[in-house]
Design a protein around this ligand. Structure first.
Ligand code: UT7
Length: 352
């Protein structure tokens, strides 16, 4: 069996900075509320009609590929994690392949739809392919362009103030003999009982079978589309929904559980960790996790203050920044952990 290492990493965030005070102008919210409840001061929004999830991913991928010392044509598989894809289908993986100019290689492209834990899930999938020798240069990217689909009115304020746009990418390769960098383990979990507690339900092909039929205004004509209805538009049902407090309470339980599980599997203790990179959901969640695991301030990475919650992109952006800043050196023990919609959650323990 091979061992897998992350050879290259890179990130890209759009230039446009949106401060909390900018949001105050379009909805009933305040800088004070947002900072106190989430820790977020500002986020980045992509350029409308110029950027998209795939375009952000392209820029992050080019950096990761260069950092790995290879060319786009060396990539032999793409894994793309996002909840804000350019198209309902096809997935962003093939669009990224096209943007990177490597369609002639006909390499496979897989889209991962695990929201906040998409990058962690993708890392685990990539690890299996590298370990078994199936692929040698996997590009894994987490990217989001949330700003395109949020409700920037007071009605949507509990969700829309949290999210931001961005992308992060890694290139995974087999570790060389004697290499101190490797993925040690991954731990993936889900609990579908809470699927609707944090969800973007419409438009969709569910036809109300999960219990929300009345609100959608479906026609009795069996040949009419149920994917999107006029009522969905009229009643503003085409936006994400989050039961914030329930998500929060579950997150502060599941993060420590899955980090502890990763450490136990490797016979390590929290004090041996150089860095935990939690999915950047809410600064208060990260602080809870830090306290519960008795970690020092320097052991938990946070950049939500600058970018908000970038879902599948948040861990690779944070990893890329931590490496860029020299916070993490080759061989350091690092734990990546995520929790979010699904619910899905997971961790990856690695020697950077
Ligand atoms: O990445 C995926 C995983 N996501 C998460 O982990 C998010 C987890 N949840 C959270 O981070 C928090 O629950 C939120 C930040 C979303 C909300 O914070 P909260 O402390 O749970 O607030 P709340 O939902 O209990 O709302 C408190 C009050 C309400 O007003 P009333 O009913 O007390 O009068 C809300 O209407 O704050 C109001 N509110 C706002 N006020 C100003 C909700 N959103 C806003 C807003 N600005 N943007």
């Amino acid at each position: 069996m091979n061992r897998t290492k992350i050879k290259g990493v890179g990130h890209y965030v759009p230039e446009r900075v949106v401060k909390n005070t900018d949001l105050e102008k379009v909805m009933d919210t305040s800088d004070e509320w947002i900072v106190e409840r989430t820790g977020i001061h500002e986020r980045r929004f992509g350029a409308r009609f110029e950027e998209s999830t795939t375009m952000l991913a392209k820029k992050a991928s080019e950096k990761a590929i260069a950092d790995a010392g290879c060319q786009p044509s060396d990539i032999d598989f793409i894994i793309f994690a996002t909840l804000s894809p350019d198209y309902f289908f096809p997935g962003c993986g093939v669009l990224l392949q096209r943007e990177l100019g490597i369609c002639e290689t006909e390499i496979g492209a897989l889209d991962v739809r695990n929201q906040c834990s998409g990058f962690v899930y993708g890392l685990s999938v990539a690890d299996q392919f590298i370990k078994t020798g199936h692929y040698k240069n996997i590009l894994l990217v987490g990217a989001e362009m949330h700003s395109m689909g949020l409700d920037f009115t007071t009605r949507g304020r509990d969700v829309s103030v949290i999210f931001g746009d961005g992308a992060g990418a890694v290139v995974l390769q087999p570790a060389d003999k004697g290499d101190s960098s490797e993925i040690l383990s991954s731990h993936l979990h889900a609990d579908g009982r809470h699927a609707e507690e944090l969800a973007f339900i419409n438009p969709g092909c569910h036809g109300g079978v999960h219990g929300n039929k009345d609100k959608q205004g479906y026609s009795d004509n069996e040949w009419d589309s149920i994917f999107v209805t006029q009522k969905m538009l009229d009643d503003h049902l085409l936006f994400p929904y989050m039961n914030g407090q329930f998500v929060f309470k579950t997150a502060v339980k599941k993060f420590p559980e899955v980090i502890t599980k990763a450490l136990k599997s490797a016979g390590k203790s929290p004090d041996e960790l150089k860095l935990v990179i939690p999915h950047q959901a809410n600064l208060r969640i990260s602080q809870f996790v830090q306290k519960l695991l008795r970690l020092r301030d320097d052991q938990v990475y946070s950049n939500i203050q600058k970018y908000g919650n970038t879902t599948a992109a948040s861990i690779p952006i944070a990893l890329s920044e931590a490496v860029e800043q020299g916070v993490v050196q080759r061989g350091d023990l690092v734990c990546l952990a995520a929790f979010g919609s699904g619910f899905t959650w997971g961790s990856v323990l690695l020697h950077w």
